[in-house]
Design a protein around this ligand. Structure first.
Ligand SMILES: NC(=O)c1ccc[n+]([C@@H]2O[C@H](COP(=O)([O-])OP(=O)(O)OC[C@H]3O[C@@H](n4cnc5c(N)ncnc54)[C@H](OP(=O)(O)O)[C@@H]3O)[C@@H](O)[C@H]2O)c1
Length: 276
């Protein structure tokens, strides 16, 4: 990956990258790729033990400085701590990856309200708050890149995945709008929209994995690489798999009710029995 253009400098210039959701899945893959490209890292998630192991491994293997913060980004304190520990402590951030997030599959009326609101705090509020805070700092330096992780669920309403799909639609709309606003200030905002990716996402969401679907499944490494490449190329948005790009495009050729009904048929059956 070449990061010239995202930061105004080369990979060799280093620069600090903040990755949320780095304790597993796509976030851990972002951390690996960024460390391999010479970035210092600031890793964030709730599981401090997993972050500590990854930070140690990546700093030893790549000679970068890797630090971490165990924080719940569903809380105002957790979000504030990320900024305070980096920009607030004089450590300029050149790349922010807002990856932390989870889904909840099932009829809205059967999901625990507390879990739904917690998901919105993380997927929507944390992404919006961290994007805003770091955008202000990057804009002042006229350099930086923000990569926000949405989903293919962002493109059409997703019954039985309703609040999750809506949270990712927020991220897509917010990121595409900011891409346009920020580019004149030397800052790139890119939205990454993965489809099925082999991580713990499904078990957390209480749903069957890609093996139970006709959808293609990707590795977290491949997804993270596509996201970082898109950021480096200053793209507004990237959907990771060509088949996902195809169904999203074909959905625009029919009334919006069609993909919504197809989503209902699919997600009403993808929930794992006994999950809430
Ligand atoms: N896998 C897929 O099929 C897929 C498809 C489309 C989009 N996505 C998106 O990709 C992103 C990464 O998910 P993944 O697939 O890599 O799943 P994952 O392995 O479950 O990773 C989720 C990450 O979010 C962190 N996280 C969860 N709640 C948090 C909180 N309250 N505060 C801070 N961190 C929190 C988790 O760490 P802790 O548990 O340690 O806090 C973990 O590092 C998510 O935004 C997801 O919506 C995934």
């Amino acid at each position: 990956m070449t990061e010239r253009g995202v930061t105004g400098g080369s990979v060799a210039d280093g620069g600090l990258a903040v990755v949320t959701g780095a304790s597993s899945g796509i976030g851990a893959s972002f951390a690996r790729l960024l460390a391999e490209s010479g970035r210092d890292l600031f890793l964030v998630a709730r599981r401090g033990d997993a972050l500590a192991r990854l930070a140690e491994e990546l700093s030893k293997a790549n000679g970068v400085d890797a630090s971490f913060l165990a924080a719940d980004l569903g809380t105002p304190e957790g979000r504030e701590a990320v900024f305070a520990s980096t920009e607030g402590s004089g450590r300029a951030v050149s790349i922010l990856v807002n990856d932390a997030g989870y889904g909840l599959n099932g009829p809205e009326a059967e999901l625990p309200l507390e879990r739904v609101l917690g998901m919105l705090q993380l997927n929507v509020v944390a992404t919006a708050e961290l994007t805003h805070r770091f955008l202000v700092a990057m804009r002042a330096r006229r350099a930086g890149g923000i990569l926000n992780v949405a989903s293919t669920s962002a493109f059409y309403p997703t019954p039985y995945f309703a609040a999750y799909g809506a949270s990712k639609a927020f991220i897509l709309s917010f990121s595409q709008a900011l891409h346009e606003e920020a580019k004149k200030d030397g800052v790139t905002v890119t939205c990454l929209c993965p489809g099925y990716t082999k991580t713990s996402f499904y078990s957390v969401a209480g749903m069957r994995g890609a093996e139970a679907t006709p959808f293609p499944e990707m590795t977290p490494e491949a997804v993270a690489k596509i996201g970082l490449d898109a950021l480096a190329k200053r793209k507004a948005c990237v959907v990771t798999h060509p088949l996902d790009r195809a169904w999203i495009a074909s959905g625009r050729l029919v009334p919006r009710s069609v993909p919504v009904k197809l989503g209902a048929a699919f997600f009403s059956r993808s929930r794992l029995p006994g999950k809430s």
